[in-house]
Design a protein around this ligand. Structure first.
Ligand SMILES: Nc1nc2c(ncn2[C@@H]2O[C@H](COP(=O)(O)OP(=O)(O)OP(=O)(O)O)[C@@H](O)[C@H]2O)c(=O)[nH]1
Length: 365
């Protein structure tokens, strides 16, 4: 835990289905924060038996008998409805829920929308982290995932979509399936950890729960990321790295209505580096009307100079962009603006190795 004062908040990380449970197990092991509640819910009792380090809840026991939803989201939807009371009790004291699910199977796709609905009725903010299945898993799973994603996006305050297929292109071809999944879990963990740090620590410039709720309330797509700065002068490249994670589907923040940029530094950053970092972000957003909320926290025990967390919401949805007839293209970053904002120093940063690959090297070394 970074050595700054902690705030009282009930943050609950909940995994739904097999993928969600695996991710929560890994996160609960890695989490450096105390007072964070971790739970898994599933229709499959044997999967819940693997979750040894956190709370579990079996749903729909009277219909599925604990044997899972058989890759049928409708079965899981009914199971979750049947256990509505237990789900409501599970989350009743929560301030924020971070929900994690793999889409394409039964439980994650069918039960997540029900839990989201209950959270919404109880006025709890929810950020959803979901994975999309490998293409090789077949078109039926893709279809299930895409229907579930639509429902989730309509209800969650923010949704981060990670693509399992991107694991294949981002990692070495020889990587094992479980290592690839663990890698995906690590990416989610980094972002979740940075969000918890921001919300529970009091910064010199503070982003609080109301700022967070406001940004999450903006309608549209979400982009999230964490970038590492080895030194004061690399804060700009940390911004671009944060939005350059190949596993994350949405990296383009052009036209975002609201952005939180939380800088956590080992020591005080220079004013110039801080301003350049914000200018880089402005250039990526390319819209002067955007509400930008920036926070700065000094955490002397950070193992590198700084960490930049970006949460961009209210990003025009693709179909919205088409309907409006704009010329903005997906994932096209206005490079000229970037270079101008960074005084040219960004060119190297942009071509640099993505943060998560460098971090992987650090983990292995
Ligand atoms: N990144 C990642 N993806 C996973 C993991 N486990 C499964 N998946 C993906 O998530 C999708 C759903 O799998 P599960 O979460 O096991 O399925 P479920 O939602 O529990 O559904 P049922 O078992 O049918 O009830 C799969 O199609 C995979 O693409 C994991 O540990 N990490």
């Amino acid at each position: 835990m970074h050595n700054v004062e902690s705030k009282e908040l009930n943050i609950h990380v909940i995994g739904v289905g097999g993928c969600g449970g695996n991710a929560v197990t890994n996160m609960a092991d890695l989490c450096s924060h105390t007072n964070i509640r971790f739970s898994s819910i599933n229709t499959d009792i044997s999967a819940l038996h693997q979750c040894k380090n956190h709370e579990v809840l079996l749903i729909g026991e009277s219909t599925t008998k604990g044997y899972g939803a058989g890759a049928d989201p409708e079965v899981a939807y009914n199971a979750a409805q049947q256990s509505e009371e237990a789900l409501r009790t599970l989350i009743e004291d929560d301030t924020i829920i971070i929900m994690i699910a793999g889409l394409g199977g039964g439980t994650g796709s069918g039960a997540t929308p029900v839990l989201l609905d209950i959270a919404k009725k109880n006025h709890i903010d929810v950020m959803c982290f979901v994975t999309l299945p490998f293409k090789s898993e077949g078109s039926k799973r893709q279809e299930i995932a895409s229907n579930a994603l639509e429902e989730i996006k309509a209800t969650a305050n923010a949704t981060l979509v990670l693509s399992n297929d991107s694991l294949v292109s981002a990692l070495n071809e020889t990587v094992g399936l479980l290592s690839a999944f663990r890698h995906c879990d690590t990416q989610m963990h980094r972002i979740v950890e940075a969000i918890i740090t921001m919300l529970t620590n009091t910064g010199y410039i503070n982003v609080d729960i109301n700022d967070f709720s406001h940004i999450l309330s903006l309608d549209g797509d979400t982009a999230l990321g964490v970038g590492i700065a080895e030194e004061n002068s690399s804060l700009c490249s940390a911004v671009t790295h944060a939005l350059n994670n190949p596993l994350v589907n949405e990296q383009n923040i052009v036209g975002a209505q609201g952005v939180i940029v939380q800088l956590t530094c080992k020591e005080e950053p220079s004013l110039m580096a801080y301003e350049e970092m914000l200018a880089t972000l402005q250039a990526l957003i390319d819209d002067t009307r955007t509400l930008i909320i920036s926070g700065v926290t000094v955490a002397s025990d950070l193992p590198y100079f700084g960490e930049v967390l970006i949460i961009a919401t209210g990003i025009p949805r693709k179909e919205q962009t088409k309907r409006l007839g704009t010329t903005q293209k997906e994932n096209v970053v206005p490079m000229t603006k970037l270079l101008k904002a960074s005084g040219g120093g960004l060119e190297k940063a942009y071509l640099d190795i993505p943060t998560f690959v460098r971090l992987q090297g650090r983990e292995q070394g």
